[in-house]
Ligand binder design. Structure first.
Ligand code: AMP
Length: 313
């Protein structure tokens, strides 16, 4: 097993200016795993209730996602999140959160998951993320996501958890909030000083940035004319990013830069339709085509001229 994700598996109710879904498959680990499955074998660790049907399991199965560590609490209900987006699709307004079986979630990693080369700790309570991290003795790379609620309520524990991971993948508002620093560059440097070797900043329609010790790399978002539902875009990005790295031998700066593009490509498909609908139908050809468009979009030549005469001579 080369890539494991721990996180929420949910039913989502979502309303955007373009439409509405009352109940669809969602959750951070769901979006992540479907996206990552286009690149490598994925193992999902989470919990669902008895209301999680064959149809939902089939989605994972169709993408070869190993659900052996997806615990089913037969007499409980699956985590439910309901949110609304207005015309600024960068801001999700949470209308309802029913934790249900997720309230007592204790991630249980099988021997196979514990041997994963790469692990993504999706957005869950930071103490739980740290407990999982401590069990991963041989992982080559562990990445983490979080959300504003944990930054506000459990900051100290979150900082402690961040000290033990290799990559932090969060959005720009979370970077500023976590570092208590309005300048993104300074905030990023502060987070890196706690221990991780890289910080990936997701910036919604403005793209994404990668900070490592002494280097900076940034890309725009894929220019889409119709964005339908941004739910899960961040996790889908992380899935493309980590999935590509899992499929690659040796993780270096060049691989991480390509992983940023694959992350953005996957997120760009995710937002075109509700929930996981578009990504579920994706083909490798579509992914590669958008990757190439990204390359063209961001390529530029070396300085084209040299002035023959120096001004003032
Ligand atoms: P994002 O990639 O940030 O848009 O994440 C969207 C997913 O996060 C949705 O599919 C929700 O089911 C899930 N989610 C929302 N609130 C929480 C929470 N408190 N803990 C874990 N997952 C959540």
């Amino acid at each position: 097993m080369s890539l494991t994700v721990v996180g929420s598996v949910a039913f989502d109710g979502v309303e955007t200016p373009f439409g509405k879904r009352d109940k669809m498959l969602g959750g951070s680990a769901t979006h992540f795993s479907i996206s990552a499955s286009f690149f490598d074998d994925v193992n999902i660790v989470g919990v669902v209730g008895g209301d999680f049907t064959r149809a939902e399991f089939d989605v994972f199965e169709r993408h070869n996602i190993d659900t052996s560590d997806l615990e089913v609490v037969a007499d409980g209900k699956t985590f439910f999140w309901r949110g609304r987006y207005d015309f600024d699709l960068n801001i999700a307004h949470t209308l309802e959160t029913q934790l249900n079986v997720f309230a007592d979630f204790q991630p249980k990693l099988s021997a196979a998951s514990l041997k994963s080369r790469l692990v993504f700790l999706g957005n869950i309570q930071p103490d739980l993320q740290r407990e999982v991290r401590e069990q991963l003795k041989d992982a080559e790379l562990v990445a983490l996501d979080t959300m504003n609620m944990w930054i506000e309520q459990t900051r100290e524990s979150l900082v402690e958890t961040i000290k033990g991971v290799d990559i932090v993948i969060i959005n720009d508002a979370e970077v500023r909030q976590l570092a208590s620093e309005p300048n993104l560059i300074k905030a990023a440097r502060k987070i890196l000083s706690w221990g991780p070797s890289a910080l990936v900043v997701k910036r919604g329609e403005y793209g994404a940035a990668l900070f490592t010790d002494g280097t900076y790399f940034a890309i725009p978002a894929y220019p889409l004319e119709s964005v339908f539902d941004p739910t899960g875009a961040g996790d889908t990005f992380a899935g493309g990013f980590m999935g590509y790295l899992a499929s690659h031998d040796g993780i270096n700066e060049a691989a991480m830069r390509r992983a940023m593009i694959f992350g953005s490509v996957m997120a760009s498909f995710n937002v075109e339709e509700f929930g996981t609908e578009r990504v579920q139908r994706l083909t490798h050809e579509e992914i590669n085509e958008r990757f190439r468009t990204f390359k063209k979009m961001t390529h530029f030549e070396e300085i084209p001229f040299q002035r023959a005469v120096t001004v003032g001579q």
